[in-house]
Design a protein around this ligand. Structure first.
Ligand code: CTP
Length: 415
């Protein structure tokens, strides 16, 4: 059994129904994977195909895969009457992926002549469209104008990406990957009905890398997974999210603004850049307490054989979270401890001016660095510690956001 496998799988889309519209493009195979990802996240997916989509992906593939219905033919006597209307009405979001140039035009102008465009007309749920076409087609003023129209009406446009195109060569027009398609649906639902709409949350992730020379750094084992999980959970609830990370930008980051940094000082600068008007800072990054006093400009060479060892002079880094003091910004810290968890964590709350802290014992193999799960204790300056069970980091993120939302200084929703 892998470490942490007893933690329940996160279900960010549990209870949600998603209508997936598939149109004619060679990239339609990706929509099969997108449907699976959406259902893995807890949604029930209904699928509508245009006649040309059904030539690229047999409807049977979707029928065998999804829990919802599959609509292919408006005139099929065996299909439920007005199936597209029912699909549109019950949807919490609709994703059209791939969205061909023709379908974009129909969506922009209210034309309903196939199961996809009719379902889109029949829904008042947020609509996500993921264009896929040749780059010259994508660049056509007509296509761009249609996209602008859709955007102006609040439609979420997901992609396209730059990459290999079916028409040959590389260019802009490739359908974004299934993980990003599913992320776009999560983001669209959050932005429409999520508890954190209108809020801005800054999250830091990963271990800082303090340069010794151009090829070496002082670092640590933090994978950045905890911070990414908090960022995703906040995005899914509709927050504007700035993720400041030392790691590669995560997959499935639709709706998250990613800022890449290396050092503690760069991280501090990026937090300040994002802090105006932000409501919370969740500091999941493992910040190095010390950095080399000087970073050599060129690669250090191995010392001559007669010299023994090497001494690296270190100077103290700023305490980043303690140094950030912005009006209305609630600060949440993490404390990775090996001894006296509660006492050490409590001392950090005071010292750093935190609303609360998520403390974890990093000596456990299923919690802390590198793994997908964590077992944390949430505690503030005065109350009883809240001991959470072993959870996926995403669900730890959800618990942190719940606590933020019930904090006395958290702004109450006007609507
Ligand atoms: N932190 C920070 N800047 C630092 C060190 C830590 O912002 N220079 C933040 C971490 O991101 C975390 C919290 O402070 O949210 C606690 O980090 P931790 O490493 O546990 O605390 P330290 O203050 O470094 O204390 P120690 O290493 O002595 O346990």
């Amino acid at each position: 059994m892998s470490a942490g496998s007893e933690a329940p799988t996160p279900q960010p889309l549990r209870g949600r129904r998603v209508a997936l519209g598939v149109t004619g493009s060679i990239s339609a195979y990706k929509s099969v994977e997108a449907a699976r990802r959406l259902e893995d996240a807890g949604a029930v997916v209904d699928v509508a195909l245009t006649p040309s989509a059904a030539r690229f992906v047999p409807p049977l593939t979707f029928r065998s895969l999804v829990k919802g219905e599959v609509a292919t033919d408006l005139w099929d006597p065996a299909a439920p009457a007005e199936q597209h209307v029912a699909m549109g009405r019950r949807a919490d979001a609709m994703l059209v992926a791939p969205a061909s140039a023709t379908t974009l035009a129909k969506l922009a102008h209210g034309i309903g002549d196939n199961p996809v465009t009719l379902t889109a007309l029949a829904t008042s749920a947020p609509l996500v469209v993921a264009p896929a076409m040749d780059s010259i087609m994508y660049g056509q003023p007509s296509v761009q104008a249609n996209l602008e129209l859709l955007k102006a009406r609040g439609v979420f446009i997901a992609g396209p990406a730059i990459g290999r195109l079916a028409s040959g060569g590389r260019g802009l027009g490739r359908l974004i990957e299934p993980i990003e398609l599913a992320a776009a649906v999560r983001s669209a639902i959050g932005r429409t009905v999520g508890d954190l709409r209108g809020r801005h949350i800054i999250v830091t992730a990963g271990g800082t890398r303090e340069p010794i020379d151009p090829v070496r750094f002082v670092g640590n084992h933090s994978s950045g997974k905890m911070g990414v999980a908090v960022a995703e959970a906040a995005r899914d609830q509709g927050a504007a999210v700035t993720l400041i990370t030392t790691q590669a930008p995560p997959e499935g980051r639709y709706g998250i603004v990613v800022r890449s940094v290396n050092t503690a000082i760069e991280m501090q600068t990026e937090i300040w850049n994002a802090a105006r008007g932000a409501n919370a800072l969740v500091m999941a990054a493992a910040v190095a307490d010390y950095r080399p006093a000087e970073a050599a400009e060129s690669k250090l060479k191995k010392q001559d054989a007669e010299e023994e060892g090497m001494t690296l002079e270190l100077v103290e880094n700023p305490d980043v979270i303690a140094s950030i003091d912005a009006p209305h910004l609630l600060k949440v810290g993490f404390a990775a401890e090996t001894d006296d968890l509660i006492e050490n964590a409590k001392a950090k709350i005071k010292r750093k001016g935190l609303a609360f802290i998520a403390a974890n014992d990093v000596t456990q193999s299923d919690a802390g660095f590198q793994v997908d799960t964590n077992r944390v204790v949430l505690l503030d300056a005065t109350g009883e510690p809240e001991r959470l069970p072993l959870l996926h980091k995403y669900d730890v993120g959800v618990a942190i956001l719940e606590r933020l939302k019930s904090h006395p200084d958290w702004p109450v929703r006007a609507d």
